[in-house]
Design a protein around this ligand. Structure first.
Ligand SMILES: NC(=O)c1ccc[n+]([C@@H]2O[C@H](COP(=O)([O-])OP(=O)(O)OC[C@H]3O[C@@H](n4cnc5c(N)ncnc54)[C@H](O)[C@@H]3O)[C@@H](O)[C@H]2O)c1
Length: 333
């Protein structure tokens, strides 16, 4: 039986969208039927990289695109501050939505998106691809199964040459960036921490340095979870090189350490051992997963709206704590 035909459109066709474009166009019976982006340069580069025909219509305005092309689904890969408007307009137009991270930039917007998803019954998936990566799935399975006991402490660190590389660009504009590095690359770290642990943050104490720009660059943040587990997060947006991350989870009976993409497991008094890759679950592509979700081939949404809400709840609490100069309770209502 041939697969359900799906028409896709893109809102935001910059650097990141091209990877989505290649993945989407490689799936059987899926066609990219329209693109929306105010930048001619981005539209042309997208078409060229993804190998799209010149006849695919392009629009500067996403509302015009939605009403003319009537796609079944959209991929949103625009500046963070525009995600809310783009998501709501796409859902109102009856489209399933695959939005890039962060889903939105305020708790209020996240709740409105959640209500709209419930009202329309459409799928919304977020581009936090770590949920589909073998190493993080392994970490989540170990923590959730309890095989190494309860979690006592977690430390996560991320560094990136973000302050210099993004100077004068939309990511350092308070509205378009929707915050600074904490809600940009840092949002991946917050998301995966909450997903691996599946615990609720109770209290957060953050110290933030914006350096000489309007948004956060450096964040030192401590969290106490409802289970009693403690956590330190370092977001270093003023470093050299691309994204580097370490993630350590200390449990009652052992530990997991993820460093430079390599995963180590330590049991009680043993030494940390590299986890054999053949023991890891399979990774999946997020665009393929989104298409499977729409087609009913995947029953569970791997990165749903609740994930986007809890990330911004913790992020807003961290911003508030830094402003007040004291620990704050995380509002999860
Ligand atoms: N999941 C990941 O690992 C990952 C990696 C990189 C980027 N991203 C995310 O992808 C998104 C885009 O980031 P990027 O690196 O491609 O940035 P980019 O600057 O390369 O692309 C953004 C595009 O949005 C377009 N745009 C601006 N205003 C618009 C509007 N009103 N309507 C439609 N398009 C508009 C710009 O012209 C540009 O082409 C962000 O949400 C970012 O966080 C995710």
């Amino acid at each position: 039986m041939s697969k359900q035909e799906l028409n896709f459109a893109f809102i935001g066709c910059g650097g990141n969208a091209r990877g989505h474009g290649r993945s989407v166009s490689s799936v059987d019976n899926v066609e990219i039927v329209a693109l929306a982006d105010p930048s001619e340069g981005s539209l042309n580069a997208f078409k060229e990289t993804v190998g799209l025909d010149d006849s695919v219509p392009t629009y500067a305005d996403h509302v015009e695109m939605l009403s003319a092309a009537k796609p079944d689904a959209v991929v949103i890969s625009s500046p963070h501050g525009l995600h809310f408007e783009h998501i709501m307009d796409a859902l109102d137009a009856g489209c399933h939505v695959h939005t890039e991270k962060p889903m939105v930039c305020t708790v209020d917007h996240a709740k409105q998106v959640m209500a709209k998803v419930e009202e329309t019954g459409l799928h919304l998936m977020i581009g936090y691809q770590r949920h589909l990566s073998s190493t993080y799935q392994y970490c989540r399975n170990v923590v959730q199964s309890g095989e190494l006991g309860r979690v006592n402490f977690v430390a996560a660190q991320q560094s990136q040459n973000w302050y210099r590389n993004q100077q004068g660009k939309w990511r350092q504009d308070p509205f378009l960036g929707g915050g600074g590095q904490l809600n940009d690359s840092g949002s991946h770290l917050i998301d995966i921490l909450l997903w691996v642990l599946e615990v609720s943050p109770d209290t957060v104490f953050a110290m933030i340095d914006n350096l000489d720009i309007e948004v956060d660059v450096l964040t030192a943040m401590s969290i106490k979870f409802n289970t009693g587990a403690l956590c330190n997060i370092s977001i270093v947006g003023h470093a050299y090189g691309g994204v580097q991350e370490t993630f350590s989870i200390w449990m009652e009976e052992g530990s997991l350490y993820l460093q430079d993409g390599k995963l180590y497991r330590q049991e009680k008094s043993g030494r940390p051992e590299l986890v054999d890759e053949s023991k890891l679950p399979a990774s999946a592509n997020k665009d393929a997963a989104f298409i499977e979700l729409i087609r009913g081939e995947r029953t569970e949404n791997p990165i749903d709206v609740a994930n986007g809400l809890r990330v911004i709840q913790l992020t807003e609490a961290a911003w508030q704590s830094a402003e007040l100069g004291r620990p704050v309770k995380v509002d999860l209502s």
